[in-house]
Design a protein around this ligand. Structure first.
Ligand code: FES
Length: 120
């Protein structure tokens, strides 16, 4: 994302950042988008769009490159399966951060509070 746009949104006190167009993420796939230095995995599923931290809690695998099934993604490196709704890893205590999205027209917006909580 354009850093000047991010700064403009922040200075305006907005509660969400424009993340991408819905057309940027084909159905059944994920894409990596960096916002404020945070790598976000954005997924287009039959259950809707989801955004999570794009680093697997195991060894940092790029989750946006994983296979989607329902609202879960399987890490492309060693196969951990992550629920996109809550960030939990199946059968483990590990989890990734999730980010609320909303759609306005063709634009996906990411929740500013979630993003700032994650980026510290
Ligand atoms: S890095 Fe994701 S399962 Fe190992």
């Amino acid at each position: 994302m354009n850093p000047l746009l991010v700064e403009a949104v922040r200075s305006a006190g907005a509660d969400a950042y424009p993340l991408c167009s819905v057309d940027d993420v084909p159905f059944g796939e994920g894409r990596s988008i960096t916002v404020e230095g945070v790598k976000i995995g954005v997924f287009n599923t039959a259950a809707g769009f989801f955004a999570i931290q794009n680093e697997c809690p195991h060894e940092g695998g790029p989750l946006s490159d994983g296979l989607l099934a329902e609202a879960c993604v399987t890490c492309p490196l060693h196969g951990w399966r992550i629920n996109l709704r809550n960030g939990r890893v199946e059968g483990r205590e590990d989890r990734v951060s999730t980010f609320r999205l909303h759609q306005d027209g063709h634009t996906l917006w990411i929740d500013a509070v979630d993003l700032e909580r994650f980026s510290g």
